[in-house]
Design a protein around this ligand. Sequence first.
Ligand code: FMN
Length: 184
Amino acid sequence: MKTLILTGSPRKKGHIAELVQYLAERLDTEVELLSLDHRTDIKPCRDCRYCFSHAACCIQDPMQEIYKKLDEADRIVFAAPVYFYNIPGSMKAVLDRLQVYWAAIIRGDRPSVHKKGGMILVGGAPESPRQFEGTIQTLQYMLDDLGAECVDIVTMGNSDKEGLSEREDVKRKLEQLAEKLNAE
Ligand SMILES: Cc1cc2nc3c(=O)[nH]c(=O)nc-3n(C[C@H](O)[C@H](O)[C@H](O)COP(=O)(O)O)c2cc1C
């Protein structure tokens, strides 16, 4: 079994990196981390609509490798900091290429849900009820398109002031996420 963790933070030693590491150490599956930050080698979706009639994207670039990884993964986790109530723009540019999975609705060959997914989100501002709303909506939609049931969402606000070492509650939530992803 394989878990693919797609990360969107430019800070290699930032909070997302730390939370992802904590999760990865608790997963029984094979784990692959894939940074989607500033992937200048991956072109943006141009809404050419090739995928409305073909189960593929016609842009031949390294995204083709990522499609393969997504198709082969049994578990998919998105890990991102909140930037203006959503995922960072550089990550969004790559994830717009998941239109090929959404287009399965139009093609009429939508796969059944058979994967498990999760999210890890951090925000610098003090925790507030709507802090992660936009981010969750975007990523939930993408997990749905990928045929992955979102088993848990771990959020950590107030990251401008505190890190994982001060957040036992977030550690417990990451442990629970790992348990759910490890379950058959
Ligand atoms: C451009 C930008 C926009 C941000 N917007 C938000 C926001 O809307 N809400 C929030 O809580 N934090 C916001 N932050 C703070 C980040 O979410 C926070 O610093 C986070 O810890 C970064 O994650 P990292 O340490 O993994 O890079 C923003 C940061 C940047 C750089």
